[in-house]
Design a protein around this ligand. Structure first.
Ligand SMILES: Cc1ncc(COP(=O)(O)O)c(C=O)c1O
Length: 384
């Protein structure tokens, strides 16, 4: 049976050409730790790690490779930043479209007296920046926001939000899970304090590697929640306070960094605007055809602008799970059904608790696959 992978918002598949080769080259031929050995292979691995920090800086217009920190993923990055910075009595603002990677740590921090408010987005997931200022309080320290919804693809206006944060002296932290590698993100222009990223989605790299870029003033205010060996300052029993060692305790995911290095080079050489354009072509074709299916209600923006290529559908009068199951079983089409780790977003969109079937197109999908998916949806609806 034909196989069509449409779960790229969860993790992209396949990965960029060169990723598997780079990882296998490291494991088979290099193998050394970085910053811990005074021999050639350790230095060459160290060079790749540093080069990967530089590639991230280039991609996100950030000027300091040493402030590009590696973690396992965005979830870990967000936990390190929120738990390392927020104190009892601090107030945080987030959007109502956030993933649980943002919401759960904050709910947990409420137990120590951290407060947070949500800026409510509209039923298309759009955020009106003028709704932010009324929520700002004297103790508002941080605003955390996703660049685009993982449920419906709506893009949030980071540039405008960044200006508000700058005006009020609030740290601005962005979750780039759904846009990094697909839509331009400019650390300077958006007035970011920290940009969290994950390697395995639009950056087309492997799972288990992510990180954050962090402005130095903000980094000085964030404690590291992990402490341990860094390969540096071994005479000291205290965690180094310089970057990136302050936040990088323990051995890094070096195979993951080799993979990310290759995927960043691929994304750079293909070009972000060409990637964005290609994905837009696929999702636009899909959206335009879905609009003619009566029972298929698109959650969020019904058009093709202001969104990523993630399209969520609620099949009215049908069981969404059954549709996703049949698409996979009968036609080999892989989607994700349910609430996508973002209950707040679904409440905003009016699709809670039933959820949606999410079709997320990626860089390697084709127009033929989109057409096949539309035909298959129509066939499944006839079956039920
Ligand atoms: C918007 C958003 N934020 C955060 C995450 C968490 O990413 P990771 O699992 O790589 O930490 C995801 C993953 O689905 C996401 O879509």
């Amino acid at each position: 049976m034909k196989k069509v992978y449409l779960d790229n918002a969860a993790t992209t598949f396949p990965k960029a050409p060169g990723v598997a080769e780079a990882m296998s080259d490291y494991i088979l031929n290099v193998g050394s730790n970085v910053g811990r050995g005074s021999y050639e292979s350790s230095y060459s691995a160290g060079q790749i790690v540093y080069e990967t920090r530089e590639l991230l800086c280039e991609m996100f217009n950030f000027n300091d490779p040493l402030n590009a920190v590696f973690t396992s993923n965005i979830t870990q990055s967000l936990n390190m930043i929120t738990r390392g910075y927020l104190k009892p009595g601090d107030h945080v603002i987030i959007s109502s479209m956030e993933h649980n990677a943002v919401v759960r740590p904050l709910v947990s921090l409420q137990k120590i007296g951290v407060e947070f408010d949500k800026v409510m987005c509209d039923s298309e997931g759009k955020l009106n920046p003028s709704d932010i200022e009324p929520l700002i309080k004297p103790n508002t320290k941080m605003l955390i926001m996703t660049h685009a919804s993982n449920v419906c693809g709506t893009i949030l206006p980071l540039e405008e939000v960044g200006l508000i944060c700058k005006k009020h002296n609030i740290y601005f932290v962005v979750d780039s899970a759904q846009t990094a590698g697909v839509i331009p993100i400019d650390f300077e222009k958006f007035n970011l304090s920290a940009l969290t990223f994950t390697g395995h989605k639009g950056l087309l790299g492997p799972q288990g590697i992510g990180g954050f870029l962090i402005d130095m003033d903000f980094a000085n205010e964030v404690s590291s929640i992990y402490e341990g060996g860094t390969g540096s300052l071994s005479e000291s029993e205290t965690q180094p306070d310089y970057m990136p060692d302050k936040f990088e305790s323990g051995t890094l995911n070096i195979p993951g960094i080799y993979g990310l290095n290759a995927s960043l080079k691929y994304v750079n050489s293909y070009g972000l605007s060409a990637i964005e354009e290609k994905e837009k072509e696929l999702s636009s074709l899909f959206i335009n055809d879905v609009l003619s299916i009566n029972s298929a209600k698109i959650a969020g923006i019904k058009g093709t602008d202001g969104r990523t290529s993630t399209v969520s559908i609620n099949f009215e009068n049908y069981d969404n799970s059954e549709i996703a199951f049949l698409l996979d079983k009968e036609y080999g089409i892989m989607t994700r059904v349910g609430l996508h780790c973002a209950p707040s977003a679904h409440k905003t969109l009016g699709t809670f608790p039933s959820g949606t079937v999410r079709f997320s197109f990626g860089h390697f999908n084709t127009i033929d696959e989109v057409k096949y998916t539309i035909d298959s949806i129509n066939n499944v609806l006839k079956l039920l």
